[in-house]
Design a protein around this ligand. Sequence first.
Ligand code: UDX
Length: 445
Amino acid sequence: MKVTVFGTGYVGLVQGAVLADIGHQVLCVDVDESKVAALQAGRIPIHEPGLDTLVIHNQRLGRLQFTTNAADGVAHSELIFLAVGTPPDEDGSADLQYVLAVAKTIAQHMNGPRIVINKSTVPVGTADTVAAVMAQGLAERGVQHRFDVVSNPEFLKEGAAVADCQRPDRIIIGTDNPASEAKLRELYAPFNRNHDKIVVMDVKSAELTKYAANAMLATKISFMNEIANLAERLGADVEAVRRGIGSDPRIGYHFIYPGAGYGGSCFPKDVKALIHTAKQVDFEPLLLNAVEERNQAQRNVLFERISAFYQGKLRGKTVAVWGLAFKPNTDDMREAPSRNLMEALWAAGATVQAYDPVAMQEAQRIYGERPDLKLVESPLAAVQGAECLAIVTEWQIFRAPDFELLAQTLSDRVIFDGRNLFDPALPASHGLGYVSIGRPAIEPR
Ligand code: UDX
């Protein structure tokens, strides 16, 4: 089948490459000329395991192409994916300008029936808005063509995007139109062989499903962070509590890891957007408000621990930071807790020596040259000359450090661990202080 994808970000690029890989003819359209030129030359703008080989392989086979020409994109196929960004507005609502701009473009160029499939995370009711924009565009041209707007949300995780997209847990198709449903079933048939993963529903429910899934996961994390704060004050160990509750299959082990707060391009944005949507229909979302509030507070917890250890006197201190990306296997620093930590440390007069396996360039892009940020080339280089170490991202490379060497190198002999990577007995056995999340703190010896 022929498929067009508007937007070559995480969702669009991965979706396009995965659809090409099963044999569809995919044309990806983006307004960013330098990005499209890079993709045409086989350079992938994001770090995502397996994505570069998938893109290059399918490009060579002629099944995956990139263009900035929107008219070509609209002409290419009856099936058009919308996978452009929906960044948060100042008030937390999702900014739909890119989605609606593509809707307008499609109406300007379409010369036959089209099925517009929305993959971007958009507020409930957006499919109707997209349809209205398209109807207006067609009316302005004085032409009539059949079209349908379908909601087909994406559930991929960064760092595992290709694998998630190739093996989805479920494929949500939001449409009341049996013809559109049949087309999408055909498109997704190769992903749907062993058991039926397709769930068909009305458009609005599909749009809400995406927000509900992310809000549920964010709720689990904020809940656990709340328990961690309690555990700490009560002298309990949240890791024991986590294992204790996770063993109940109704609760499960997933997404109950306490930490420095959730970040990334989805949870913070989507929880805020759902709160905004609720308020628009005069509903006060008490639980979602609390999830968001706990997360805001949680992102400061690591800094608060460091500040308390130094009794607020951080001026002139050098803090090693391990991990900048919002989670492992990505270079994405959007809403990353590392940013809250570093910015608070700088405001308090400290210097940061940071290392991340892949997000160094991204940090450089965000912060540029500044005297209080040194981006160094290894975990060890980060701790050289530092008073203490803060761990923000749970990259594999940080999981088994040489504690003896850390004890000799860090002048204040203390680790602040925002991801609970170690059994506290380990650093302690080398005389290191160890302050983690929701567990009793250990003083340096
Ligand atoms: C998320 C959803 O998982 C995915 O289904 C959706 O399509 C997009 O949003 P992503 O943002 O890529 O994916 O990352 P995810 O692995 O879900 O982690 C999100 C954040 O939650 C990270 O900051 C992570 O560190 C944090 N987290 C996750 C915790 O703090 N504790 C946990 O137990 C799990």
